[in-house]
Design a protein around this ligand. Structure first.
Ligand code: TEU
Ligand code: CA
Length: 558
């Protein structure tokens, strides 16, 4: 008998960053009851699954990715009763809720760490990664991903603990079976409440190289690159197969792992159809192209030929073996229309629609991040004090405080790449703070909320919001988009992204112009006989011989 098709393959997943989505009580911070107010907006957009970034108890050192109680709701976000009501209303509307699982590390305010740091003999000591000093200093030279060292010395016991992120995010010791058992029990507790799965934060980092060797020293960072030794470690697949046996296999869940350091080869191990681990992986190979001497901190434009090669590789390598996750944005990256499109008034909406055609007509599950459906842009803050992200402040301190970069240089990098670009409040309407809060927002609202907001777009048939509704409605009904094969065309063209989908008796040509100039569309055998326009971002007919500035078009035959 044919296996039932998994529900998450055809679902539109919408990521909510709760702190910035909707405030309901005037404290300037988004919350669960605010999300409840906006569920019909999501349903109307065509959302099937909500991925909710962490809402657990947390001191907010890293905006909730530092958890101090996995089974309690952060006070600022509301109560467990509010959560239960939200979950019930989401299910009542026929949508599903996927939570964010952050188990590579906890907050240093978690009771486990509070116990662990008390003494070397404490029963919780081995819940975390403690090492003796080496040559009087840190156990190795690893850098934190937020800049600075990945080790902090604990005065009470004279040992160092590992924190790949902030010093308030100590890494859990997954070698300890007691830790794994406690985590699986917590996951099942949420499963029994009725959630529909997990997005798994830095899941590729759970197993570290037991030798903890020094990382390569690279230009621009005084600390070493530990990623080869903390990502895709020796026991990672053993742990995830155990997690699947102990808890994932007991629920009809969607699971998607955040794959830091994961390429197609690794993705097939984590999320191959028969891996017995996860359903999907997020990779970042398209998000971290064209790095500079300071890694992601640069103002480099994206090279389209490289972008085409990366996305096409993922389409081809996972074909028939695993399922892709399709995303341009999340809470850690700048806004797609600013980074990959053109956020000028003339081309913002056009290029945002083109980007949607380009990515979401590929094979895989589509993910949309809050505000992307409105073509919200980078925040452009001029003042360092307007930024909230710990990563931004730590990198500024190291680079400018350390005399390596000028204030202007670093601010340019932050405006181009900083995570707060995606964390400014949702822009709902042309009213104070964009309708996000009646109080003072925890982070300033993007000044352009007066013209870029949901209310204006929901009432306009050529808006980006309306285009997203149409695209996802058509996508759901298209067999060739959901199941067809993928073939990149014109791989070396510097301005056009052109690919072909084929299958189920149909053929589709998708052509996207990433430039502000008209581009001839010269493809062998094109135009096909009886091809007709399936979707275009200029509304009217599209010329098969060439594409207008930021034009995206898909033609179909068969
Ligand atoms: O991010 C994982 C992560 O390492 C990359 O997103 C990136 O390296 C990081 O943003 C620094 O540039 C996940 C969460 O998505 C992120 O919000 C958290 O800060 C991080 O893990 C720690 O939980
Ligand atoms: Ca609030």
């Amino acid at each position: 008998m044919e296996k039932k098709r998994e529900w998450w393959k055809d679902s539109l997943v919408y990521q909510i960053y709760p702190r910035s989505f909707q405030d309901s009580n005037g404290d300037g911070i988004g919350d669960l009851n605010g999300i409840r107010q906006r569920l019909s907006y999501l349903k109307d957009l065509g959302v099937d699954v909500i991925w909710l970034s962490p809402v657990y108890q947390s001191p907010n050192d890293d905006n909730g990715y530092d958890i101090s109680d996995y089974q309690a709701i952060m006070e600022e976000f509301g109560t467990m009763e509010d959560f239960d009501a939200l979950l019930g209303e989401i299910h009542g509307l026929g949508m599903k809720l996927v939570m964010d699982l952050v188990v590579n590390h906890t907050s240093d305010e978690h009771p486990w760490f509070q116990e662990s740091r008390r003494s070397r003999e404490n029963p919780y000591r081995d819940y975390y990664i403690w090492k003796e000093p080496k040559a009087g200093g840190m156990p190795n030279n690893w850098a934190s991903r937020f800049r600075g060292p990945a080790w902090t010395r604990d005065e009470d016991t004279g040992m160092y603990y590992l924190h790949i992120f902030s010093r308030k995010q100590p890494d859990l010791n997954w070698e300890n079976p007691q830790v794994r058992k406690k985590i699986y029990e917590m996951m099942a507790w949420w499963g029994n409440k009725g959630i529909d799965g997990f997005r798994m934060d830095v899941i590729s980092m759970l197993s570290k190289d037991p030798a903890y060797p020094d990382g390569e020293l690279k230009e621009g960072n005084p600390y070493g690159d530990g990623q080869p030794y903390y990502a895709n470690g020796p026991r990672i697949h053993e742990f995830l197969k155990e997690m699947n046996r102990e808890v994932l296999s007991r629920f009809d869940w969607m699971t998607v792992g955040e794959g830091v350091g994961v390429g197609t080869k690794e993705a097939l191990e984590y999320a191959g159809f028969d891996s017995g681990e996860l359903n999907m992986m997020f990779h970042f190979e398209h998000m971290e192209l064209c790095p500079g001497p300071y890694g992601k901190w640069n103002t480099n434009p994206v090279d389209l030929v490289q972008l085409k090669a990366v996305l096409s590789c993922w389409q081809q390598e996972l074909e028939d073996r695993a399922w892709n996750s399709l995303f341009w944005e999340n809470h850690d990256y700048p806004r797609a229309v600013s980074r990959f499109g053109n956020d000028s008034p003339k081309y913002r909406e056009l290029s945002a629609k083109m980007l949607a055609i380009c990515l979401y007509l590929m094979k895989g599950t589509p993910y949309v991040y809050q505000g992307q459906e409105l073509a919200m842009t980078n925040c452009g803050f001029d003042r360092l004090e307007d930024f909230r992200d710990i990563e931004i402040h730590q990198v500024y301190e190291e680079m400018v405080g350390g005399g390596k970069l000028s204030h202007e240089e670093m601010m340019g990098y932050i405006r181009h790449t900083g995570r707060d670009n995606a964390r400014t409040p949702m822009q709902w309407e042309d009213s104070p703070n964009g309708g996000f809060t009646e109080g003072t927002p925890w982070i300033p609202v993007n000044e352009n909320y007066r013209t870029i907001h949901a209310r204006e777009q929901m009432g306009r048939e050529d808006s980006v919001y309306a285009f997203y509704q149409k695209l996802f409605r058509l996508r759901k009904a298209s067999r060739v988009v959901r199941e067809g094969t993928y073939r990149l065309l014109l791989p070396e063209h510097p301005g056009l992204f052109v690919y072909e989908r084929e299958g189920e008796g149909e053929k589709m040509l998708v052509a996207c112009n990433f430039t502000s100039d008209r581009q001839e569309l010269k493809v062998p055998g094109w135009p096909w006989q009886e091809a007709k326009l399936w979707l275009g971002n200029y509304g009217s007919e599209s010329d098969m011989a060439g594409l207008r500035p930021y034009e995206g078009a898909a033609w179909i035959k068969g």
